[in-house]
Design a protein around this ligand. Structure first.
Ligand code: HEC
Length: 242
Protein backbone atom coordinates (compact mmCIF):
# COMPACT_ATOMS: atom_id res chain seq x y z
CA UNK A 1 0.00 0.00 0.00
CA UNK A 2 2.72 2.37 1.09
CA UNK A 3 4.79 1.51 -1.99
CA UNK A 4 1.91 2.28 -4.34
CA UNK A 5 1.36 5.59 -2.71
CA UNK A 6 5.05 6.54 -3.17
CA UNK A 7 4.99 5.38 -6.79
CA UNK A 8 1.85 7.39 -7.46
CA UNK A 9 3.43 10.45 -5.91
CA UNK A 10 6.58 10.24 -7.98
CA UNK A 11 4.52 9.74 -11.12
CA UNK A 12 2.58 12.83 -10.11
CA UNK A 13 5.79 14.83 -9.75
CA UNK A 14 7.01 13.65 -13.16
CA UNK A 15 3.69 14.74 -14.66
CA UNK A 16 3.88 18.17 -13.02
CA UNK A 17 7.46 18.70 -14.20
CA UNK A 18 6.36 17.68 -17.71
CA UNK A 19 3.38 20.06 -17.73
CA UNK A 20 5.44 22.96 -16.35
CA UNK A 21 8.00 22.19 -19.06
CA UNK A 22 5.32 22.36 -21.75
CA UNK A 23 4.01 25.67 -20.45
CA UNK A 24 7.53 27.03 -20.32
CA UNK A 25 8.15 25.98 -23.91
CA UNK A 26 4.90 27.70 -24.94
CA UNK A 27 5.82 30.95 -23.16
CA UNK A 28 6.41 34.03 -25.25
CA UNK A 29 10.01 35.32 -25.58
CA UNK A 30 10.44 38.45 -23.40
CA UNK A 31 12.00 40.49 -26.21
CA UNK A 32 8.87 40.04 -28.32
CA UNK A 33 6.38 40.56 -25.49
CA UNK A 34 5.55 44.21 -26.16
CA UNK A 35 5.04 43.70 -29.87
CA UNK A 36 2.83 40.64 -29.28
CA UNK A 37 0.80 42.34 -26.54
CA UNK A 38 0.10 45.22 -28.94
CA UNK A 39 -1.08 42.78 -31.61
CA UNK A 40 -3.35 41.07 -29.08
CA UNK A 41 -4.85 44.41 -27.95
CA UNK A 42 -5.32 45.49 -31.57
CA UNK A 43 -7.04 42.21 -32.46
CA UNK A 44 -9.53 42.81 -29.66
CA UNK A 45 -9.98 46.41 -30.82
CA UNK A 46 -10.54 45.06 -34.36
CA UNK A 47 -13.20 42.65 -33.07
CA UNK A 48 -14.89 45.35 -31.01
CA UNK A 49 -14.99 47.47 -34.16
CA UNK A 50 -16.56 44.66 -36.21
CA UNK A 51 -19.27 44.10 -33.57
CA UNK A 52 -19.84 47.87 -33.33
CA UNK A 53 -20.18 48.37 -37.09
CA UNK A 54 -22.72 45.53 -37.33
CA UNK A 55 -25.02 46.69 -34.51
CA UNK A 56 -27.83 47.70 -36.88
CA UNK A 57 -27.68 44.28 -38.56
CA UNK A 58 -27.51 42.38 -35.25
CA UNK A 59 -30.38 44.42 -33.81
CA UNK A 60 -32.61 44.23 -36.92
CA UNK A 61 -35.87 42.64 -35.73
CA UNK A 62 -37.07 41.92 -39.29
CA UNK A 63 -34.18 39.55 -40.07
CA UNK A 64 -33.65 36.01 -38.84
CA UNK A 65 -30.37 34.60 -40.14
CA UNK A 66 -27.92 37.52 -40.14
CA UNK A 67 -24.90 35.80 -41.64
CA UNK A 68 -22.89 37.14 -38.71
CA UNK A 69 -21.11 33.81 -38.42
CA UNK A 70 -17.76 33.02 -36.76
CA UNK A 71 -16.14 32.71 -40.21
CA UNK A 72 -17.54 36.07 -41.36
CA UNK A 73 -16.39 37.78 -38.17
CA UNK A 74 -12.92 36.25 -38.48
CA UNK A 75 -12.61 37.58 -42.03
CA UNK A 76 -13.73 41.07 -40.97
CA UNK A 77 -11.48 41.05 -37.90
CA UNK A 78 -8.46 40.15 -40.02
CA UNK A 79 -9.27 43.01 -42.42
CA UNK A 80 -9.57 45.51 -39.59
CA UNK A 81 -6.45 44.18 -37.91
CA UNK A 82 -4.56 44.89 -41.12
CA UNK A 83 -6.02 48.40 -41.31
CA UNK A 84 -4.92 49.12 -37.74
CA UNK A 85 -1.48 47.46 -37.67
CA UNK A 86 -0.54 47.58 -41.35
CA UNK A 87 0.11 43.83 -41.19
CA UNK A 88 -1.93 40.79 -42.09
CA UNK A 89 -2.05 37.93 -39.58
CA UNK A 90 -0.31 35.71 -42.12
CA UNK A 91 2.76 37.93 -42.30
CA UNK A 92 3.38 38.06 -38.53
CA UNK A 93 6.31 36.21 -36.90
CA UNK A 94 5.35 32.64 -35.97
CA UNK A 95 5.28 33.48 -32.20
CA UNK A 96 3.02 36.50 -32.72
CA UNK A 97 0.84 34.72 -35.22
CA UNK A 98 0.26 31.78 -32.86
CA UNK A 99 -0.96 34.12 -30.11
CA UNK A 100 -3.12 36.27 -32.38
CA UNK A 101 -4.72 33.14 -33.83
CA UNK A 102 -5.66 32.01 -30.33
CA UNK A 103 -7.41 35.37 -29.84
CA UNK A 104 -9.26 34.84 -33.15
CA UNK A 105 -10.32 31.34 -32.09
CA UNK A 106 -11.72 32.66 -28.80
CA UNK A 107 -13.52 35.49 -30.63
CA UNK A 108 -15.09 32.98 -33.02
CA UNK A 109 -16.26 30.89 -30.07
CA UNK A 110 -18.00 33.92 -28.57
CA UNK A 111 -19.75 34.62 -31.89
CA UNK A 112 -20.68 30.94 -32.19
CA UNK A 113 -22.09 30.80 -28.66
CA UNK A 114 -24.30 33.80 -29.47
CA UNK A 115 -25.73 32.63 -32.82
CA UNK A 116 -29.22 31.94 -31.41
CA UNK A 117 -29.34 35.37 -29.81
CA UNK A 118 -28.00 37.14 -32.91
CA UNK A 119 -30.39 35.34 -35.30
CA UNK A 120 -33.49 35.79 -33.16
CA UNK A 121 -36.26 37.29 -35.33
CA UNK A 122 -38.65 39.87 -33.88
CA UNK A 123 -36.21 41.16 -31.27
CA UNK A 124 -34.43 44.51 -31.54
CA UNK A 125 -31.56 45.32 -29.17
CA UNK A 126 -29.77 42.06 -28.34
CA UNK A 127 -26.95 43.19 -26.05
CA UNK A 128 -24.32 41.57 -28.26
CA UNK A 129 -22.23 44.73 -28.07
CA UNK A 130 -18.44 45.28 -28.31
CA UNK A 131 -17.97 45.09 -24.53
CA UNK A 132 -19.79 41.76 -24.24
CA UNK A 133 -17.89 40.35 -27.23
CA UNK A 134 -14.59 41.57 -25.73
CA UNK A 135 -15.31 40.22 -22.26
CA UNK A 136 -16.41 36.82 -23.54
CA UNK A 137 -13.41 36.54 -25.85
CA UNK A 138 -11.15 37.30 -22.88
CA UNK A 139 -12.93 34.81 -20.64
CA UNK A 140 -12.80 32.05 -23.27
CA UNK A 141 -9.11 32.72 -23.95
CA UNK A 142 -8.34 32.65 -20.23
CA UNK A 143 -10.00 29.27 -19.87
CA UNK A 144 -8.00 27.82 -22.76
CA UNK A 145 -4.58 29.46 -22.36
CA UNK A 146 -2.47 31.51 -19.99
CA UNK A 147 -3.24 34.72 -21.89
CA UNK A 148 -5.49 37.18 -20.07
CA UNK A 149 -7.40 39.99 -21.79
CA UNK A 150 -9.62 42.45 -19.98
CA UNK A 151 -11.35 45.67 -20.94
CA UNK A 152 -10.63 47.49 -17.74
CA UNK A 153 -11.69 50.89 -16.39
CA UNK A 154 -12.28 52.69 -13.10
CA UNK A 155 -16.02 52.93 -13.83
CA UNK A 156 -16.65 49.28 -14.62
CA UNK A 157 -20.10 47.85 -15.28
CA UNK A 158 -19.03 44.21 -15.17
CA UNK A 159 -16.93 43.02 -12.23
CA UNK A 160 -14.75 40.90 -14.57
CA UNK A 161 -13.36 44.21 -15.84
CA UNK A 162 -12.49 45.56 -12.39
CA UNK A 163 -8.92 46.99 -12.42
CA UNK A 164 -6.24 45.41 -10.23
CA UNK A 165 -3.42 47.45 -8.65
CA UNK A 166 -1.25 47.44 -11.78
CA UNK A 167 -4.17 48.41 -14.00
CA UNK A 168 -5.17 51.22 -11.63
CA UNK A 169 -1.61 52.56 -11.77
CA UNK A 170 -1.54 52.54 -15.58
CA UNK A 171 -5.11 53.92 -15.98
CA UNK A 172 -4.06 56.81 -13.73
CA UNK A 173 -1.03 57.43 -15.98
CA UNK A 174 -3.29 57.37 -19.07
CA UNK A 175 -5.67 59.88 -17.51
CA UNK A 176 -2.95 62.52 -17.00
CA UNK A 177 -3.43 65.39 -19.49
CA UNK A 178 0.18 65.11 -20.73
CA UNK A 179 -0.06 61.38 -21.57
CA UNK A 180 0.17 61.11 -25.41
CA UNK A 181 -3.26 60.09 -26.68
CA UNK A 182 -3.40 56.46 -27.76
CA UNK A 183 -0.01 55.52 -26.33
CA UNK A 184 0.07 52.15 -24.55
CA UNK A 185 2.22 51.08 -21.63
CA UNK A 186 3.88 47.73 -20.91
CA UNK A 187 5.99 46.29 -18.13
CA UNK A 188 7.57 42.94 -17.31
CA UNK A 189 6.79 41.95 -13.75
CA UNK A 190 8.69 38.81 -12.78
CA UNK A 191 7.84 36.26 -15.44
CA UNK A 192 4.63 38.04 -16.53
CA UNK A 193 4.39 40.72 -19.20
CA UNK A 194 1.57 43.22 -18.77
CA UNK A 195 0.37 45.77 -21.29
CA UNK A 196 -2.47 48.30 -21.44
CA UNK A 197 -3.78 50.08 -24.53
CA UNK A 198 -6.03 53.08 -23.81
CA UNK A 199 -9.50 53.40 -25.37
CA UNK A 200 -11.48 56.61 -25.65
CA UNK A 201 -15.10 57.68 -25.88
CA UNK A 202 -16.21 58.11 -29.49
CA UNK A 203 -19.55 59.39 -30.72
CA UNK A 204 -21.38 56.01 -30.82
CA UNK A 205 -20.33 55.30 -27.21
CA UNK A 206 -22.14 58.37 -25.89
CA UNK A 207 -25.63 56.95 -26.11
CA UNK A 208 -24.73 54.43 -23.42
CA UNK A 209 -21.75 55.95 -21.60
CA UNK A 210 -22.40 59.68 -22.12
CA UNK A 211 -24.35 62.38 -20.33
CA UNK A 212 -26.37 62.85 -18.24
CA UNK A 213 -24.70 60.57 -15.72
CA UNK A 214 -27.21 58.26 -14.04
CA UNK A 215 -29.72 58.27 -16.90
CA UNK A 216 -30.52 54.74 -18.16
CA UNK A 217 -29.14 53.61 -21.52
CA UNK A 218 -30.79 51.23 -24.01
CA UNK A 219 -29.39 48.28 -22.02
CA UNK A 220 -31.09 49.64 -18.88
CA UNK A 221 -27.77 50.54 -17.27
CA UNK A 222 -26.71 53.84 -15.78
CA UNK A 223 -24.73 56.15 -18.05
CA UNK A 224 -21.39 57.24 -16.67
CA UNK A 225 -21.51 60.82 -17.98
CA UNK A 226 -18.42 60.66 -20.21
CA UNK A 227 -17.75 63.31 -22.85
CA UNK A 228 -16.40 62.85 -26.37
CA UNK A 229 -12.68 62.02 -26.27
CA UNK A 230 -12.62 61.05 -22.57
CA UNK A 231 -10.51 58.08 -21.54
CA UNK A 232 -12.97 55.21 -21.15
CA UNK A 233 -10.49 52.56 -20.05
CA UNK A 234 -7.98 50.18 -21.58
CA UNK A 235 -7.52 46.83 -23.17
CA UNK A 236 -5.34 45.00 -20.67
CA UNK A 237 -3.22 42.06 -21.81
CA UNK A 238 -1.02 39.75 -19.75
CA UNK A 239 0.87 36.56 -20.41
CA UNK A 240 3.90 34.66 -19.12
CA UNK A 241 7.23 35.29 -20.84
CA UNK A 242 10.51 33.40 -20.84
C1 HEC B 1 -25.60 49.83 -26.31
C2 HEC B 1 -24.93 50.45 -25.19
C3 HEC B 1 -23.43 50.58 -25.25
C4 HEC B 1 -22.68 51.23 -26.20
C5 HEC B 1 -23.14 51.93 -27.46
C6 HEC B 1 -21.31 51.13 -25.74
N1 HEC B 1 -21.25 50.43 -24.57
FE1 HEC B 1 -19.61 50.05 -23.50
N2 HEC B 1 -20.67 48.87 -22.23
C7 HEC B 1 -22.04 48.70 -22.28
C8 HEC B 1 -22.43 47.65 -21.35
C9 HEC B 1 -23.84 47.14 -21.12
C10 HEC B 1 -21.24 47.20 -20.73
C11 HEC B 1 -21.09 46.05 -19.74
C12 HEC B 1 -20.90 44.80 -20.57
C13 HEC B 1 -20.59 43.56 -19.79
O1 HEC B 1 -21.46 43.06 -19.11
O2 HEC B 1 -19.49 43.06 -19.93
C14 HEC B 1 -20.17 48.02 -21.31
C15 HEC B 1 -18.84 47.90 -20.95
C16 HEC B 1 -17.81 48.59 -21.52
C17 HEC B 1 -16.42 48.44 -21.18
C18 HEC B 1 -15.86 47.48 -20.17
C19 HEC B 1 -15.77 48.05 -18.81
C20 HEC B 1 -17.04 47.88 -18.01
O3 HEC B 1 -17.74 48.90 -17.85
O4 HEC B 1 -17.34 46.77 -17.56
C21 HEC B 1 -15.70 49.28 -21.97
C22 HEC B 1 -14.20 49.47 -21.97
C23 HEC B 1 -16.64 49.94 -22.82
N3 HEC B 1 -17.92 49.53 -22.53
C24 HEC B 1 -16.29 50.87 -23.76
C25 HEC B 1 -17.14 51.34 -24.73
C26 HEC B 1 -16.72 52.16 -25.84
C27 HEC B 1 -15.31 52.67 -26.08
C28 HEC B 1 -17.83 52.36 -26.60
C29 HEC B 1 -17.92 53.10 -27.93
C30 HEC B 1 -17.02 52.63 -28.98
C31 HEC B 1 -18.95 51.68 -25.97
N4 HEC B 1 -18.49 51.08 -24.83
C32 HEC B 1 -20.24 51.67 -26.44
C33 HEC B 1 -22.90 49.37 -23.12
C34 HEC B 1 -22.52 50.08 -24.22
Amino acid sequence: MKRHFTKGMSLGIVAIVFIVGLLWAAAIPADKAEEIAKYVANMIIAGRGVVASHQSLINDPSKGDKGFTPEYVEKKMKERFKEITGKSVEELDPEARAVVEQVLEAAKMSVKMNQARINQKGKGFKMYIPAVFGRETGQILKSRSDIVIKQTTFKYRNSYNQPDEFEKKVLTMFSKPDWPKGKGYGEKIGSIYRYLQPIYIKKPCLKCHGEPAGELDIAGRKKEGYKLGDLRGAISVMFPVK
